[in-house]
Design a protein around this ligand. Structure first.
Ligand code: C2E
Ligand code: MG
Ligand code: MG
Ligand code: MG
Length: 280
C-alpha cells in the first residue's frame, strides 16, 4: 500500500544518503563528539515467555541523544558507520556500562529473573580483550554471567576463528546466553548453526511479518523453529506486531516473543512499571 511504498522509498533515500562519503564523515565526526560527552542512552524492549506471558529478558537498544543527533539518524544507519570508522569499540564499552548499570538497578529493586540482552558488533567480538573485559565488568557491577545474554549476528560470527569460538563457548558454559540475531538474513547455512556456541535463535522480523498469512512464509518459519528445537535452541520471534502474529507464533511453539504487540523499546523510567509485577 501507499504507506509501505512511502516507507521503502524513505529507506532507499536513506540508504543513498548513508552510502555517500560526505554523510559518513559528518556522522562519524558527530559520533566522536558525542562519545566524549556520552550523548547516548539505551532503551529496553521486553521479551515475553510465550507460555507464561511473563517478561524473561529485555533487549538493550542504543539511541543517540536527539540534541547531538542532528539528522535523527537511526541505529541501523549510524552503527554500521561507527563500526566502519572504529568507533564501535569505545561506543560498545559505553553500552556495556549503561546496560550493566541498569541491570544492577533492577536487581537492587528485587527484579531477579529478567535477563539483559546486549547487541555485540563484529569488531567488538574480534577484540582480544573482549572476554576478559566482560568478566571484569560483571564483577564491577556485582552481576553473574547468567544475568546477561549477547546478541550476535551471523555476519559478526562469520569471521570468528577457533579461539574466539572457544571463548564464546566458555561464556556459554558460565551461563551467558548466546543468541544469534536476525536469523535468516545473513550468510548462514543451517549446518553452521551446529558449529556455533549458541543457545538462542532470534527469527528475523522479515520471516515473522507474513508467516500467519502466506503458506510459503509459514513453511520457512516452521522449518526454522523445527531445526532450532532439534538443536536444543530456544526461539525468539522478533517484530511480533499484531495479535495474529502472537497467536501464530504460539501455535508454532515459539518460546519467546518480542515486538510492538507487547511493547516498543522503553526508557529506563517507563520500563519500571512493566517490571514491577516481577519483583520478588
Ligand atoms: P536488532 O538487534 O535486530 O533489534 C531489533 C530492532 O527491531 C530494533 O530497532 C527494535 O526497535 C525493532 N523492533 C522491535 N520490535 C519491533 C516491531 O514489532 N516492529 C518493528 N517494525 N520493529 C521492531 P532499533 O532499535 O532501531 O535497532 C536496529 C538495529 O541496530 C538492531 O537490530 C541492531 O542490529 C542495531 N543496534 C541497536 N542497538 C545496538 C547496540 O547497542 N549495539 C549494537 N552493536 N547494535 C545495536
Ligand atoms: Mg538484537
Ligand atoms: Mg534482531
Ligand atoms: Mg535487526
Amino acid at each position: 500500500d501507499a504507506k509501505e511504498n512511502g516507507r521503502s522509498q524513505f529507506r532507499i533515500y536513506n540508504k543513498a544518503m548513508s552510502d555517500s562519503s560526505h554523510f559518513q564523515i559528518e556522522i562519524s565526526q558527530r559520533l566522536r563528539e558525542s562519545l566524549i560527552h556520552e550523548e547516548f542512552h539505551l532503551v529496553y524492549q521486553p521479551i515475553y515467555c510465550a507460555q507464561s506471558e511473563k517478561i524473561v529478558a529485555c533487549e538493550a537498544l542504543l539511541r543517540w541523544d536527539s540534541n547531538a543527533n542532528k539528522n535523527n539518524t537511526t541505529p541501523d544507519t549510524f552503527i554500521p558507520i561507527a563500526e566502519k570508522v572504529g568507533l564501535m569499540i569505545p561506543i560498545g564499552n559505553l553500552i556495556f556500562h549503561m546496560a550493566l548499570k541498569e541491570l544492577k538497578k533492577w536487581r537492587s529493586n528485587g527484579i531477579n529473573d529478567v535477563r539483559m540482552l546486549i547487541n555485540i558488533s563484529g569488531k567488538q567480538l574480534l577484540q582480544k580483550e573482549f572476554f576478559s573485559q566482560l568478566s571484569e565488568l560483571l564483577e564491577i557491577y556485582e552481576l553473574i554471567p547468567s544475568d546477561i545474554g549477547l546478541e550476535l549476528t551471523e555476519h559478526a560470527l562469520i569471521e570468528a576463528d577457533d579461539e574466539l569460538l572457544k571463548n564464546l563457548s566458555l561464556l556459554q558454559v558460565q551461563g551467558v546466553d548466546i543468541a544469534i540475531d536476525d536469523f535468516g538474513t545473513g550468510y548462514s547455512s543451517l549446518s553452521y548453526l551446529n558449529k556455533l556456541p549458541v543457545n538462542t535463535l532470534k527469527i528475523d522480523k522479515s520471516f515473522v511479518d507474513y508467516a500467519p498469512y502466506r503458506n510459503n512464509d509459514s513453511a520457512i518459519f516452521e522449518a526454522i523453529v523445527g531445526v532450532a528445537h532439534k538443536l536444543d535452541l530456544l526461539v525468539i520471534a522478533e517484530g511480533v506486531e499484531t495479535t495474529q502474529h502472537v497467536e501464530y507464533c504460539k501455535s508454532k511453539n515459539v518460546d519467546m516473543l518480542q515486538g510492538y504487540s507487547y511493547s516498543k523499546p522503553l526508557s529506563s523510567q517507563d520500563l519500571e512499571s512493566f517490571l514491577l509485577p516481577f519483583k520478588s
